[in-house]
Design a protein around this ligand. Structure first.
Ligand code: KIV
Length: 274
């Protein structure tokens, strides 16, 4: 009899059904080893286009390509067995037409994603319906939408005045009506995020939003202390891996320079010489 523990992935309908229930836990992952470590703890792994800034040293997410997202999605799929896998549609691969969005999404689903995430509100509603009607689950992303960096004039908290807040609520409603199964609300005033969560029927996933959202997402490298000293206010650091890596690299360099490494245990000798 096999003793293999049976595991299966969290499904998108299961995530959608968590509205108002136990908070949904989402972290970003871009590689197989990190996906493997996060997998037991989270409900979903997001292959965010933040990969461009976090792993590839880009200034923003605008240069991230679909090929990059496909490669990172494949890696995260290989490294995980139970968390749902959601992949970002990168800038320029979905905005020009619903057909373009379908073609890009199909590549991410073929790479292992169960759903795609795209940025934008009412203007993306027709695209979201088009994808959902064709079997592609969609997570929306409203508020601070990093791909609209230049329209926003920087990474700024959104919805500060009543008119701007009303527009974001309208975006949330439009996305819900279009059939999205969930929506990320990023970088908005807390009362607005709470109001949206109370208003719409799909789970809201907050980042710099509200503790009352139906779930929370953060960039994993931020919580691990790997993304430098300028941690955004909405991030809680749970580890200081930068310091750990710095110390490990320094110790290795010291050992090599002092000829302490490699030791006898790390090298191979012919039998006769042992
Ligand atoms: O790209 C990303 O990682 C994201 C999350 C921060 C929500 O969109």
């Amino acid at each position: 009899m096999s003793t293999t523990k049976l595991t299966r992935r969290v499904t998108i309908p299961e995530l959608a059904a968590r509205k108002g229930g136990q908070p949904i836990v989402v972290l970003t992952a871009y590689t197989a080893p990190i996906a493997r470590l996060l997998d037991p703890h989270v409900d979903a792994l997001l292959i965010g286009d933040s990969v461009g800034m976090v792993l590839h040293g880009m200034d923003d997410t605008l240069g991230v390509t679909l090929d990059m997202m496909v490669l990172h999605t494949q890696a995260v799929k290989r490294g995980s067995t139970r968390a749902a896998i959601i992949a970002d549609l990168p800038f320029g691969t979905y905005q020009s037409s619903p057909q373009q969005a379908f073609d890009a999404s199909a590549k991410l689903l073929a790479a292992g994603a169960q759903a795609v995430k795209l940025e934008g509100g009412r203007t993306m509603a027709a695209t979201i319906s088009f994808l959902v009607e064709r079997g592609i689950p969609v997570m929306g992303h409203i508020g601070l939408t990093p791909q609209s960096l230049h329209t926003m004039g920087g990474f700024r908290v959104q919805g500060r005045d009543e008119a701007a807040a009303e527009k974001i609520i309208d975006d949330a409603r439009a996305i819900t009506e279009a059939g999205a199964f969930s929506v990320v609300i990023e970088g908005v005033m807390e009362p607005l995020a709470r109001r949206i969560t109370e208003t719409i029927a799909i789970p809201t996933i907050g980042i710099g939003a509200s503790a009352d959202c139906d779930g929370q997402v953060l960039v994993t490298d931020d919580i691990l202390g790997l993304t430098g000293d300028a941690t955004p206010r909405f991030v809680q650091r749970y580890a200081d891996l930068a310091a750990t890596i710095d110390e490990a690299a320094r110790k290795f360099a010291d050992d090599v320079r002092a000829r302490r490494f490699p030791g006898k245990a790390h090298i191979f000798f012919p039998k006769a010489a042992q």
